[in-house]
Design a protein around this ligand. Structure first.
Ligand SMILES: Cc1cc2nc3c(=O)[nH]c(=O)nc-3n(C[C@H](O)[C@H](O)[C@H](O)COP(=O)(O)O)c2cc1C
Length: 180
């Protein structure tokens, strides 16, 4: 599992080949295996491989979503906010599980953030990416959209992370050796 974590990098250019039904099933199984607070399971996942819909999803934001238009598969990570007040955490864990599962079966992925991101405009005039996608996919409140995870095989794989890339200065230890 740790090796999978070192290897996982955000990939935004994908080969055209579709995923097999078994690859898609394994990725969705990982999403369903993710832990949720109080085991409430507020998340709902939408697997999109329809090219026309993916092209429209790529326009959800002015930047940071274009790669959805080239991906063979995108998983829309949504949650019913009436089921859990901390659906964001549950949905984020599920999205991370999806990315690690993809990597573990030789595929690549990238997260596109949807929640709190503008579709266009700013300030009072902001139209939200979440509303744009909800309309496109026929979803209504209380369903919320956290992110879309694109999945496919990299055209140009990236180097895995190395031990020296890790920001160990972000970690501190509080152990009994600090006690007088
Ligand atoms: C919460 C979250 C939101 C992200 N949103 C986007 C996004 O909207 N578009 C994008 O291209 N990448 C997005 N990413 C990918 C990050 O840019 C990427 O994980 C980071 O640069 C580290 O690179 P790595 O994934 O290759 O280690 C997001 C990642 C996370 C965890």
């Amino acid at each position: 599992m740790l090796q999978t974590m070192y290897r996982r990098r955000s990939i935004r250019k994908y080969a055209a080949e579709p995923l097999t039904p078994e690859q898609t099933r394994q990725i969705l199984a990982a999403a369903l295996l993710a832990p949720t607070s109080h085991n409430r399971k507020p998340c709902r996942f939408i697997a999109v491989s329809d090219r026309d819909t993916l092209t429209k999803m790529a326009a959800a934001k002015e930047s940071g979503a274009k790669f959805l238009g080239e991906a063979p598969l995108a998983v829309v990570v949504t949650a019913d906010e009436s089921v859990s007040d901390i659906w964001v955490e549950d949905a984020a864990i599920a999205a991370a599980y999806i990315q690690l599962a993809a990597e573990s079966i030789g595929l690549n992925s990238c997260w596109s953030q949807i929640r709190r991101r503008p579709h266009r405009g700013e300030g009072e005039q902001t139209e939200w990416a979440e509303d744009y996608l909800r309309q496109l996919l026929g979803l209504a409140p209380p369903i919320r959209i956290l992110a879309v995870v694109a999945i496919g095989r990299a055209i140009a794989p990236k180097q895995p992370r190395r031990e020296e890339d890790l920001p160990w200065e972000h970690v501190s230890y509080y152990t009994s050796i600090f006690k007088k």
